[in-house]
Design a binder for this molecule. Sequence first.
Ligand SMILES: [Zn+2]
Length: 252
Amino acid sequence: MTIKNMQFTCPNCGEESTYPVQTDGEAPEQSGLAFHQDLGNLRSLDIPYTNSPNRDAYGPLVPQGIVVHYTQGKYQGAIGHFQNSASKVSAHFIVARDGRRIQMVPLPDPDTNGPRDGRYTAWHCKGGNTRYIGIEHEYGYTGATGPQDWTTEMMESSAELSAYLCHTYAIPVEVPLAPDERDWFTGFGGHYNVPNNSHTDPGPYFPWDYYIDLVQWFYGRMAADSPPGAAPASAKPIREVHGSGKPAYQTL
Ligand SMILES: [Zn+2]
């Protein structure tokens, strides 16, 4: 194994930093831990941790993006599934329809919860596991009928989490691929975008535009020039849910 200090440039703010990565295998070229010196006001996530045994240390996880998933069962059922070593699956985070969040696999970020044992790779997207942070969203029990399944509480809670992760790991706040495209994207994507995976989550109704607007809003609110608790520079995006089709949203 070869460890090399790689130079990273944050795609969001331009700050440069270095981070040691394992270079044999497919190391991402442009991502990594970017503990921004100017983000002194970035507060730690207040998310409870319940351990999943389904994780490993297959190289240091150097997240180049975030994979959005949905669960096939309820929130508590998904937690139990990830606690069960026989299931062989996990994700770093699960977000419930009412906005509750839980972390089940630790991250190489000392400000998040969980054991510091180096086993930061969750088992959520096969060959993409060492590249991506996985966020599951409680979905399946309503029957997955349309955009109304993605509650505002869940989207806001998840977007706040994602904004923190984008600050920490210099992940660009963008969705580079269409739902039917598969590639090793940098930024945000669905499970359906990850090569060599057959899953179709998060499905055709995930409100990507609204979600990314929310991530950008929280991202800006976490910036160093926004003291904790200060009013954000712009109003939070509001979603209008219609009966079917792509959700419309507006920024007030
Ligand atoms: Zn999935």
